[in-house]
Design a protein around this ligand. Structure first.
Ligand code: ADQ
Length: 463
């Protein structure tokens, strides 16, 4: 890709080279962006994940590896509390996932969010050359484009939102909602995961902001600036992920899973421990399945892998406690001396190991209550044996459901619906499993992360 302008990615967290093995546990973003930057000898700027006062003095840590330069700043404890744990993860995250009941509206954290975005602009602006293309990621940094522009940057700048955009009637509960959206319109391109989130955004622009919206061309014009707003569904790094199956670590993991489940059918769930992922609701669905099908208790085992995340936020401590209690209840009531129906594992695994677990599990349960996309659903499909594929049970409220229509789609709030879907999956004949798999694998393979990057950067270059 020589000749293309340099790409500068700015996101809350940066997967610095030494920590790349941990990229998966940080979420889908890390792996996706590294692939985009590799080709363009790009720069990736963001928070180191460390707490110190050095960010205040303007200290930036830089490293170059594999053609990618990472530049990171530390944040103070107050910044972490107000910007990261506060406004980003206790206000925007719950609100954008339709959890108004969990959203906290605090003036101090809102100010901290603006302050840290300003610091990102102050320290980031000198790293950006006039010809660079700038791509900002996710809800932590919505105002950053406007902050960079106020420093005189005229670069092409795009923003991608990895999480849903809420319906207008929810979004207006955010104090100063208009201010936040105005800042988004300082980017040249704003990308969403699905048509549904895009439409919610355009609805807000048209009806609350009174901006000029052209749905056909996907543009919003406001106060003399025009922004392209489109859907770019993110995918997995297909080339890399599908090859993991040849890896000894993946095979071993698959064997471990199969031999430990001893002829029982394994169902798997893999998520960050987050209330948006619908894990307790999933356990309720499995409990309902066992209530209705007590004879299946010896045929089926459910494995939930869920490493803790955002442990400093109260609602995340609560979800962990709720989940442990639910698993304990079902296991207490239904275990035998030689078997336990639910295995709950509180840690992360490498992508190769996950590949093996996915392949060994005949049912993948991906049932978020709300999710921008959900890459686990795509990884589960990518790991299946084409000659004997497993069945994906997928929430209709995940962005991925718009693409993976051949999954068994469920309402994750309904235990009956989940129980029914498990029954369908267990009874599904091989030819139907193959038919569904073939349609889904074509999407997973073709709408991969490289194409996602290409499409977004093409629109940004032309904007
Ligand atoms: P996340 O909410 O983190 O991402 P997801 O898309 O499922 O959700 O990505 C998770 C990634 O982390 C996957 O690659 C998965 O393999 C990995 N992972 C999950 N649990 C793991 C475990 N136990 N061990 C190791 N790795 C694990 C946000 C949005 C999503 C959107 C992505 C990308 O919330 O909706 O799909 O960004 O845009």
């Amino acid at each position: 890709m020589t000749g293309d302008p340099r790409l500068v990615v700015i996101s809350n967290r940066v997967a610095v080279p030494k920590a790349r093995g941990a990229a998966g546990a940080q979420g889908g973003l890390a792996g996706a962006l590294h692939a985009a930057l590799k080709d363009r000898k790009g720069l990736w700027f963001g928070w180191s994940g460390e707490e110190s006062e050095s960010g205040r003095t303007g200290h930036i840590d830089t490293q170059t590896s594999d053609g990618v330069t990472t530049a990171t700043l530390d944040l103070s404890q107050r910044d972490i509390d107000e910007y990261y744990n506060g406004y980003a993860n206790s206000t925007l995250w719950p609100l954008f996932h339709d959890r108004l009941d969990l959203a906290e509206y605090e003036r101090e954290t809102a100010k901290g969010y603006e302050r840290v975005n300003e610091r990102f602009a102050e320290l980031g602006a000198p790293l950006i050359d006039a010809e660079d293309i700038v791509w900002v990621h996710d809800y932590h940094l919505i105002p950053l484009g406007e902050r960079l522009r106020s420093r005189g940057l005229k670069n092409r700048m795009g923003f991608f939102l990895h999480i849903p955009w809420p319906a207008t009637r929810m979004f207006v509960s955010l104090p100063y909602h208009e201010r936040l959206v105005r800042t988004l319109l300082f980017y040249d391109v704003v990308g969403f995961q699905t048509q549904e989130w895009l439409e919610s955004f355009l609805h807000y622009c048209e009806n609350e902001l009174r901006a000029e919206v052209d749905k056909a061309s996907g543009t919003v014009t406001f106060e003399g600036r025009t922004t392209i707003a489109r859907a770019y569904p993110i995918g997995i790094d297909w080339e890399h992920f599908s090859k993991l199956g040849e890896n000894g670590e993946a095979r071993q993991a698959q064997q471990r899973l199969i031999s430990s489940t001893r002829r029982r059918i394994a169902m798997i769930g893999v998520d960050r421990l987050d209330y948006s992922k619908g894990i307790p609701e999933r356990i309720d669905g499995i409990g309902r399945f066992f209530d209705k099908n007590p004879e299946s208790i010896r045929d089926l085992v459910f494995i939930q892998i869920a490493p803790p995340s955002r442990e400093d936020v109260g609602s995340y401590q609560e979800i962990r406690a709720a989940l442990e209690q639910k698993c304990g209840q079902i296991n207490g009531a239904r275990s035998e001396v030689d078997m336990v129906p639910i295995r709950y594992v509180n840690r992360g695994y490498s992508h190769a190991e996950l590949f093996g677990f996915f392949r060994g599990a005949k049912i993948g349960l991906v049932t978020p209550l709300r999710d921008g996309m959900n890459l686990v659903a795509k990884e589960y499909v990518a790991a299946q044996d084409p000659e004997d594929p497993g069945v994906l049970i997928l929430s209709r409220f995940a962005g991925a459901a718009a693409q993976l229509k051949d999954a068994v789609l469920v309402n994750p709030h309904s235990p009956d619906d989940i129980a029914h879907a498990i029954r369908i999956a267990l009874d599904m004949p091989l030819d139907e499993r193959k038919r569904r798999y073939e349609k889904m694998i074509a999407t997973v393979r073709d709408d991969n992360v490289q194409n996602w990057t290409r499409d977004f950067l093409r629109d940004l270059s032309e904007a």
